[in-house]
Design a protein. Structure first.
Length: 427
């Protein structure tokens, strides 16, 4: 196994690419070894963004129903033998999974029977069991889950914003899909998606906690040697180029709420930014979100003092050829808030002393994180999903951030391509 040093935080992680192509990352944490806690995250680079691709064994680009990646995640817990939930409950361990737009991950945490639990995770994720009957049953379950989301005003606002913000990227469709698309999913569809994306050369396993890297490697290799995989063909997915123009600039939703709400999205071109590294650009964008819109920012203080909002959130997303900036607000006065936001966006600035202060906070957070295996596992998984690599020099990059580059990024931000979703409380 190769050793990777997390620079400036005195932490070593272990990396191995197995003969079958699986990327294995092990993060031993000696400081909590007495508790025997461990964390597994077994993931595939397959999420709700990928509905159009060439299935394994085919040469034709095929469109699959929206929501199928999430549906597949649910069905992976189906078994002819022992249910994963029942298996892990016997040792007091926790198992779950999640589907995002970019990936699907299966997670296990526990403090006993590490070898057995790791072997079972690798086994059940590599043993799909789909039938016409269990697919039909699952359709009803997920349609009901989607219907529950439709009763949530915040979810409806987010979905409306996404639908009107993105024209090409599948961010404009729900991760779960909708009733119409869910009903179209078949057993054969699931097997095609599984066989294409649940292959070791499209997957990763991150293990952290009170573990020995070489023991983990032996368990993983021995367990996966029992399976045969077709890793010969690279996966061909549909490529998207998202236009800069929003689909629709404004939509008023007529739903019953107790407080007025706003959601805003802004699209800007990625190639306008001089920073080529996505890792570094994301650090600058997250710093802007923190200093300009965080809980201690002047803007947050001002809108609180004027009693304009009860809740607000702000975040950037780096989505290939575009960058988006999203705003979510529970508002007491939509018109007044929008006026203040638009005025503020035209004059964004950051003081050098504030940048340096926040850099110290971030660096301290990176150091503290090394004491918590679950946090390290989550961070590495996020790196793999977003950048397909482990970022080992995060502290070094934070230290390199400077006011000149920050002001260049601020100057490059473009808030002209705007989409607004509004909900008015009539009470």
């Amino acid at each position: 196994m190769d050793k990777l040093e997390l620079k400036d935080v005195d932490k070593t992680i272990y990396k191995e690419v197995l003969d079958n192509g699986l990327l294995l990352i092990v993060i031993p944490n000696e400081k909590i070894s007495k508790k025997k806690n461990y964390y597994f995250n077994y993931g595939t680079y397959y999420g709700a963004l990928t509905n159009d691709f060439v299935p394994l064994g085919s040469s034709k680009m095929t469109k699959f129903p929206n929501g199928i990646a999430h549906f597949l995640e649910h069905k992976m817990f189906e078994s002819e033998d022992v249910s994963p939930f029942d298996f892990y409950a016997k040792s007091g361990s926790y198992v779950n999974a999640f589907t995002s737009y970019k990936a699907t991950c299966y997670v296990v945490t526990g403090n006993k029977k590490m070898k057995d639990n790791l072997e079972f995770l690798l086994t059940f994720v590599n043993t799909p069991y789909f039938t016409d009957d269990n697919v039909l049953k699952e359709q009803g379950i997920i349609i009901e889950e989607a219907a529950m989301n439709d009763d949530n005003p915040d979810y409806l606002i987010y979905r409306t914003l996404s639908r009107n913000l993105y024209k090409e990227l599948p961010y404009n469709t729900p991760i779960l899909g909708d009733a119409s698309s869910i009903k179209k999913i078949t057993k054969d569809d699931l097997y095609q998606c599984y066989n294409t994306f649940y292959r070791p050369n499209n997957m990763f396993l991150v293990v952290g906690g009170a573990v020995d890297p070489y023991e983990v490697s032996k368990i993983v290799n021995n367990t996966l040697d029992k399976f045969s995989f077709d890793n010969k063909k690279n996966i061909k997915r549909k490529e998207y180029k998202e236009p800069l123009k929003v689909v629709k600039s404004y939509e008023l939703l007529d739903i019953d709420v107790k407080v007025s709400k706003l959601a805003l999205g802004y699209k800007m071109a990625r190639n306008r930014f001089s920073i080529k590294s996505n890792v570094l650009l994301d650090l600058y964008l997250n710093m802007i979100a923190s200093l300009c819109f965080g809980s201690s920012s002047l803007f947050k203080e001002m809108i609180r003092e004027k009693k304009l909002v009860s809740r607000s959130g702000y975040y950037f997303q780096n989505l290939g050829n575009i960058i988006t900036f999203n705003v979510e607000v529970d508002s007491f006065n939509n018109k007044a808030y929008l006026e203040e936001l638009h005025k503020y966006l035209k004059s964004l600035d950051i003081l050098e002393e504030d940048l340096e202060r926040m850099k110290k906070v971030w660096i301290s957070s990176e150091v503290i994180k090394t004491d918590y295996a679950d946090s390290l596992v989550d961070t590495v998984v996020d790196d793999l999903i977003n950048y397909h690599e482990v970022v080992t020099n995060n502290v070094e990059l934070i230290k390199s951030m400077n006011i000149a580059t920050m002001r260049d990024v601020l100057k490059t931000l473009d808030f002209t391509n705007e989409m607004i979703v509004e909900v008015k409380c009539e009470k």
